[in-house]
Write a protein that binds this ligand. Structure first.
Ligand code: UTP
Length: 292
């Protein structure tokens, strides 16, 4: 079984829940303390052994390409003023051994369509999909979610989605899976439905933005039409593929922040702010003054 070396980052969404902040910049460039969401996502992938980063970009996404590129003028200025630590932070955004590939999604036709845009680069290989706005904070001392899923794929040889329990009234915001317990934190999936109403949802187990997929998914993506919201849904292609191939649902142990929503983004910013090496202590004391 081939080793997973490719990660697809769909970053071509409209980010309408975050307007006007996302009017002229992608939501994946919103910063949590001092790093954009997309950089945390890339670091998660690199820690999992990924060496090819495939970004599916759209309009207003140039900032992402620039972020992972060399910034000559900035580097020269930081070097001239001996700001070594800052220079290193700008230079070492990704390791030299990792390559970036950018593919443009011509129109925001849905997550499934965005993933399909990666077909010419991914081919038949297994790959991971990471949605940067689902910010995952690894449990203390534990590998990150992508690392854990890549490792599980090596032993289970099955496609996999990351899941968490959500309140029933929120099922309309997610792909919802049902399955049977298989191993610790793993379910064998029997169904997946995009955004079911709370009364129709088969369970409250919701898919969040981490997937391990096989290259076979592309032929299913090509066949399915528009689904929920008039978009080409990755969930529908997974539902079709599940009839022919096994899928697992992985109950991750990280804490997930929905940084595509204002509330989730603020929560992540507070938690990461409190943990930050440079400002964490001062920020935490400031937060305590607000409680009075
Ligand atoms: P979302 O459902 O969060 O949509 O997409 P969105 O457009 O980004 O944000 P809202 O809901 O309007 O606020 C889930 C992921 O799929 C990507 C998004 O960038 C996000 O990472 N996506 C979505 C695409 O790349 N292309 C699309 O056509 C749709």
């Amino acid at each position: 079984m081939a080793k997973i070396t490719k990660a697809v980052f769909p970053v071509a969404g409209l980010g309408s829940r975050f307007l006007p902040a996302t009017k002229a910049q992608p939501k994946e460039m919103l910063t949590v303390v001092d790093k954009p969401l997309i950089q945390y996502a890339v670091e998660e992938a690199v820690a999992a052994g990924i060496t090819e980063l495939i970004f599916i970009t759209g309009r207003n996404k140039r900032a992402i390409e620039d972020h992972f590129d060399t910034a000559y003028e900035l580097e020269a200025e930081l070097a001239a003023s001996n700001k070594t630590a800052l220079l290193e932070s700008v230079r070492n955004v990704i390791p030299k051994s990792v390559s970036c590939i950018y593919i443009r999604q011509p129109a925001a036709l849905g997550l499934g369509h965005a993933v399909l845009c990666a077909k010419p680069v991914v081919g038949d290989s297994p790959f991971v999909v990471i949605l940067a706005d689902d910010f995952m904070l690894a449990a203390p001392g534990q590998p990150n979610t992508t690392e854990q899923m890549v490792k599980l794929f090596e032993t289970e040889h099955a496609s996999m989605v990351a899941v968490q329990d959500v309140p029933r009234e929120q099922t309309r915001q997610y792909g919802i899976v049902s399955g049977t317990p298989y191993k610790e934190r793993l379910e064998r999936m029997s169904a997946i439905v995009e955004k079911p109403s709370p009364s129709e949802a088969l369970s409250t187990l919701a898919v969040v933005g981490r997937y391990v997929l096989d290259g076979k998914i592309f032929s299913y993506l090509e066949k399915i039409g528009k689904g929920s919201g008039g978009e080409i849904q990755l969930t529908d292609a997974i539902a079709a593929m599940m009839r022919d191939h096994p899928y697992l649902a992985y109950r991750f142990d990280s804490t997930r922040y929905d940084c595509g929503s204002k509330l989730g983004y603020l929560k992540a910013s507070v938690v990461l702010g409190m943990q930050h090496q440079e400002i964490g202590t001062e920020f935490s004391s400031y937060l305590r003054t607000l409680q009075n």
